[in-house]
Design a binder for this molecule. Structure first.
Ligand code: ATP
Ligand code: MG
Length: 237
């Protein structure tokens, strides 16, 4: 049996040291949908993602992947079960070439097909041109593209992205938006943390607004654009 929600977070509480950072957060990411997690600086967005990936295991609450609790699993086991996390730092291996960065992350799709090195280089021509360059020789935009490509080549069920547009020039942000829209049209499930409101609401079906460690609002992107009070109070836009 497959669950409608690929990911479900229920009443999650997370502490960093003694600080109660995530205070009972609940939301779901339906299969094939894109959910944006928005909020001001310090709202708890990154901590929520890191809790889902069990890099900072939550103290209580339930996180389900495909209807099964992830309790007790290690981060690498979640990756094996199809969660791909593109961290803010991008975490490119600097001493490896673009091709090597991709090759070590490659995992064949269960049903054949899916993402391969060939398909990545076909769909990301900028990476193909730089396939022999080292990770540190890439521009910020190329590094972000490589980080996303490296997540894709593991053929995940779901992409979790922490601020993919951060620090990038408008032209590159547009390329990231186009890429995310294309992945969405191909049916990729995504959980997207963004400070770029326009990008987030363009790509996302649903939005979860986080403020001071709690969910303050949930609805569709269209509803959020019209919800002036929520945007002003919790997002400052
Ligand atoms: N090691 C820590 N110990 C205690 N508090 C921390 C620690 N690391 C982060 N925090 C606090 O946790 C809160 C949530 O941080 P988090 O990084 O999840 O926010 P965010 O929404 O991702 O913010 P940003 O938009 O700046 O990326 C912040 O108030 C931050 O100051
Ligand atoms: Mg963050």
């Amino acid at each position: 049996m497959t669950d409608k929600n690929l990911l479900a977070v229920d009443n999650m509480h997370t502490y960093l040291g003694d600080s109660h950072i995530i205070q009972g957060v609940s939301f779901a990411v339906p299969r094939g949908k894109v959910v944006a997690l928005l909020g001001r600086n310090g709202a708890g967005k990154t901590t929520t993602l890191r809790s889902i990936m069990r890099l900072v295991p939550p103290r209580s609450g339930t996180i389900s992947l495909d209807g099964h609790s992830t309790e007790g699993l290690r981060t690498y086991e979640l990756a094996r079960r199809g969660l791909a996390f593109v961290q803010e730092t991008r975490a490119i291996f600097p001493s490896l070439s673009v091709e090597e960065n991709l090759a070590i992350a490659e995992r064949k799709a269960a049903n054949g097909g899916g993402w391969t090195l060939e398909r990545i280089f076909n769909d990301f021509p900028a990476l193909a041109e730089r396939r022999n360059n080292g990770g540190t020789q890439l521009s910020g935009g190329e590094q972000q593209m490589l980080a996303i490509a490296r997540a894709l080549i593991a053929n995940p069920q779901m992409l979790i992205l922490d601020e993919p547009s951060e620090g990038l020039a408008p032209l590159i942000v547009r390329q990231i938006a186009d890429l995310l829209n294309k992945l969405k049209s191909e049916g990729m499930t995504m959980l997207l943390v963004e400070q770029n409101f326009a990008l987030a609401t363009e790509v996302a079906d649903d939005v979860v607004v986080l403020g001071k460690g709690r969910v303050r609002w949930t609805g569709t992107s269209t509803e959020l654009r019209a919800a002036d009070d929520i945007r002003h109070t919790w997002l400052g836009v």
